[in-house]
Design a protein. Structure first.
Length: 208
């Protein structure tokens, strides 16, 4: 079953603790960002927007399809990919999210996920995609994680926030939302709460 929800993969950070752009880590003879795309494409998603920032040149130099995807959709693993570069990545991940959202049709729901949070299993990802709500949050053992699904009625107003304001953050905007507009989906996949921030984190994860 196809779905018109758009997936946003955020890969614009400095990766200071990791020491290398996280999406360019080697994973099973490929790059981690390509593994993330593969996992997303296994569900009913037809378009992925990738938000790049601090390491954009490295991504583009090492993965040619990302260069082409700056100007047009590129088909990879049967999914359409666009790359959006945040010219002010120092303003933080919310700035990168905003930059991507500005390029997305205003009537589309989106799923957003940082590059350092592994995409969960296909069945539970599909459940998140199919759930209709202002905000859909996956929850593992009492902890909310990613990806987060956002209805256009919720995310369109995010475009008006000042990214330079320290209070312009997705988590804070979610907290302001009436609980009746938030649906929490209990999942069995602990991936949703993982953060692969350090070489030690990556070593444990990649050997699992």
């Amino acid at each position: 079953m196809k779905n018109d929800t758009i997936f946003i993969l955020l890969a614009g950070g400095k990766s200071e603790r990791m020491g290398i752009a996280k999406g360019l880590l080697q994973y099973q003879n490929s790059y981690w960002i390509l593994e993330q795309i593969k996992r997303i494409s296994d569900a009913a998603i037809t378009e992925i927007y990738i938000g790049l920032g601090h390491h954009s040149k490295e991504y583009i130099d090492k993965i040619p399809l990302l260069k082409q995807a700056q100007s047009e959709f590129v088909i990879y693993n049967k999914i359409r990919i666009r790359v959006i570069i945040n010219s002010n990545p120092e303003m933080g991940s919310f700035s990168t999210l905003q930059t991507v959202l500005q390029q997305i049709p205003r009537n589309k729901s989106v799923l957003t996920n940082p590059i350092d949070v592994p995409i969960l299993n296909t069945a539970e990802l599909q459940t998140i995609i199919e759930t209709q709500s202002q905000i859909v949050l996956p929850n593992f053992e009492g902890k909310n994680g990613h990806p987060i699904k956002l209805h256009p009625d919720f995310w369109n107003p995010l475009l008006r926030l000042d990214p330079a304001d320290k209070n312009s953050r997705l988590d804070l905007e979610i907290k302001k939302t009436n609980p009746s507009g938030i649906t929490t989906i209990t999942v069995t996949d602990s991936s949703i709460v993982k953060n692969l921030n350090t070489p030690e984190d990556w070593a444990v994860f990649s050997k699992a």
